[in-house]
Design a protein around this ligand. Structure first.
Ligand SMILES: Cc1cc2nc3c(=O)[nH]c(=O)nc-3n(C[C@H](O)[C@H](O)[C@H](O)COP(=O)(O)OP(=O)(O)OC[C@H]3O[C@@H](n4cnc5c(N)ncnc54)[C@H](O)[C@@H]3O)c2cc1C
Length: 564
């Protein structure tokens, strides 16, 4: 990275001793599937005493990526399916970069986590006559193994269930509208352990939250791109915070684009779930031709990168702004997809009669903070779980419906590990004593800047130059642009979350552009028109760290190694 991104350890100046102090065993940053599942586990009772946990979320709980998930959760619970088949589909989508230990663990333990949700009375959809759980198929899966709720509102139900459970768990305190600015380490040196976070609560202002263990579960980065399915808060804060704290960030070139979002000027890029294609919807080009059958044996159910690229290329060949999704063959669309049906009706579209205009959009961050099988990162005291991480489970591309599963498994594992650390009074923990930490940053004397403009310019540049089809010169242009914008944006001191988010987006956008330029090949969801094929020398994970201008690499099966 350019040194300007590495200059500051913290976003704002502070003296920890002058701020209100809060103490806990485990601080969980994020209230989606990964954070909630982690909090429940980290509060588990040992010898009758619950663990002490604080969970914070900068957004409302209905505005997490989790709450917006539609299609479902993949898991092997049926006799006609197998772990091997789920693992094979995951590895195929991962295009040569899946760490097989991570895949086996998520797939096998994922089934237990889903059984547990059923025991906790999750309202998965069931067959009306037999009462059996209903399963669907999604892109890249060779079996029907996707469990869903309320047709297309699986995330909403999962969020409800886990939030209710976390709220009812003794030992868990939940702070909503509380923004984490930075992870605190006693010194800025590499290897300095994380001891908590500096946060900003909409009502109480800045606070220090000291913890024996911090679990980062802050979700994705879709807001890096102008077109995205992600909610407003998916601004990559977790990756930026972890980077500043010295953690290793892996595989940032891999951003998954969802092929089918509703494309109407003025409408939010709402997802038209893969499950709709799973139920038989077809993609048609401008001349009404079903083109995916020419591209892949699974046609519309091919892995997402293949479908997204095919759409973008077809639009480029034919002109226009979108392709069409033909749902007219789906009986009872309204019953199966009530949320999508209601959305379409708002724009006077009737899926039984009308073709739906669709276009790809940024959807899922495959890369992220390197984490191992219990969520350990390379920084002592810092665990991470969910979309913010990179464990090697998804390789170079994520299989549909595997991310809620990962959030459940990794959340529970990291929560358990934090609970163990809390009862272990040995050297591994911080003993709960705060360090005096001073961030001594001088305000820049350069003038005011229009942050709204920077945010929208960077999102447009990312979409244009670091989007679905990438090429070296444009990736380099983007880096130069971001280095320039960074000079007068990262030296400022701001006092509100939108500004901190913009600084984080700039840092992580610069990382994605660099990683995409470094990866001179096409693999999984990373496509370079100047390097059209996968290349053996890039069948590695690229690791980025503060203070190092170029990445290190590790082999395919070395990412999921033990952390600190
Ligand atoms: C429209 C849509 C549909 C999807 N459909 C599916 C699907 O069907 N199946 C599937 O498996 N996956 C799906 N996904 C992906 C999946 O929803 C996410 O990968 C997953 O929910 C991520 O969970 P998480 O807990 O890691 O993060 P999130 O659920 O995004 O939660 C992140 C949390 O961190 C908080 N946070 C972030 N930054 C900060 C900060 N600085 N300070 C404090 N708090 C912070 C947020 O407020 C939030 O509470 C979908 C995603 C989208 C957007």
């Amino acid at each position: 990275m350019h040194p300007l991104f590495d200059k500051r350890r913290y976003l704002i100046p502070f003296r920890s001793s002058l701020l209100p102090q809060i103490f806990t065993d485990t601080l969980v940053i994020g209230g989606g599937v990964a954070g909630l599942r982690a909090a429940i586990e980290a509060a588990a009772s040992i010898k009758g005493a619950p663990g002490d946990v604080i969970l914070l979320s900068k957004s409302a709980f209905d505005a997490t990526n989790t709450a917006w998930a539609q299609g479902g959760i993949a898991a092997v619970l049926r006799d006609d399916d197998s772990f091997e088949s789920h693992a094979a589909d995951t590895i195929e989508a991962g295009a040569g970069l899946c760490d097989e230990r991570a895949v086996d663990l998520m797939v096998e333990e994922g089934a237990q986590r889903i059984r547990e949700l059923i025991d906790w009375n999750i309202r998965f959809d069931r067959d009306k006559k037999s009462g059996e759980l209903h399963t669907g198929r999604e892109g890249g899966h060779h079996a029907s193994r996707v469990y869903h709720a309320d047709g297309d509102a699986t995330g909403r139900e999962l969020q409800r269930l886990l939030l209710e459970r976390a709220r009812a768990t003794e030992g868990v305190r939940i702070f909503e509208n509380c923004f984490s600015l930075d992870l605190i380490t006693p010194t800025a040196e590499p290897g300095s352990p994380v001891r908590g976070a500096i946060t900003h609560h909409s009502r109480y202002g800045l606070q220090m939250i000291w913890a024996k263990t911090v679990i980062l579960a802050s979700g994705g980065a879709g807001q890096l791109f102008r077109e995205t399915t992600n909610p407003r808060g998916a601004t990559a804060d977790g990756v930026a915070m972890a980077y500043r704290a010295g953690a290793t960030i892996a595989d940032m070139a891999f951003v998954q684009f969802h092929p089918t979002t509703l494309y109407l000027p003025g409408a939010h890029r709402a997802l038209i779930s893969e499950a709709v294609r799973g139920e038989g919807a077809h993609l048609l080009d401008a001349s009404g031709l079903r083109f995916m059958t020419e591209v892949h044996e699974l046609a519309e159910l091919a892995p997402r990168d293949i479908v997204s690229r095919a759409i973008i290329r077809r639009i480029a060949q034919q002109g226009g702004s979108h392709v069409w999704l033909d749902c007219r063959g789906i009986a009872n669309f309204q019953d199966r997809f009530p949320g999508i049906h209601a959305l379409l009706r708002r724009f006077e579209l009737d899926p039984a009669k009308d073709l739906i205009p669709v276009h790809p959009a940024a959807h899922y961050a495959v890369g992220g903070v390197r984490a191992d099988e219990v969520g350990r990162t390379d920084v002592p005291g810092l665990l991470a779980a969910g979309e913010v991480t990179c464990t090697g489970f998804h390789g170079a591309n994520r299989l549909a419906s595997n991310s809620l599963l990962e959030g459940l498994v990794a959340g529970a594992r990291s929560g358990r590990h934090a609970r163990e650390r809390a009862v272990d009074n040995g050297a591994a923990t911080n003993g709960g004593h705060p360090a005096q930490v001073v961030s001594d940053i001088r305000p820049s004397d350069q003038g005011e800047i229009d942050l709204v403009d920077i945010r929208s310019s960077l999102r447009s540049a990312m979409w244009r130059n670091v989007g679905i089809d990438r090429v070296g010169p444009k990736l380099r242009d983007t880096q130069e642009m971001f280095d320039f914008w960074g000079r007068y944006t990262l030296d400022k001191i701001f006092d509100e979350p939108e500004a901190w988010e913009t600084q984080n987006l700039l840092t992580v956008g610069a990382l994605v552009a660099r990683a995409a330029e470094w990866r001179e090949e096409s693999r999984g969801c990373h496509a370079r028109s100047d390097f059209n094929e996968p290349r053996a020398e890039f069948a590695v994970h690229d690791l980025w760290r503060r203070g190092r201008p170029t990445p290190e690499t590790v082999g395919r099966d070395e990412l999921f190694a033990a952390g600190a």
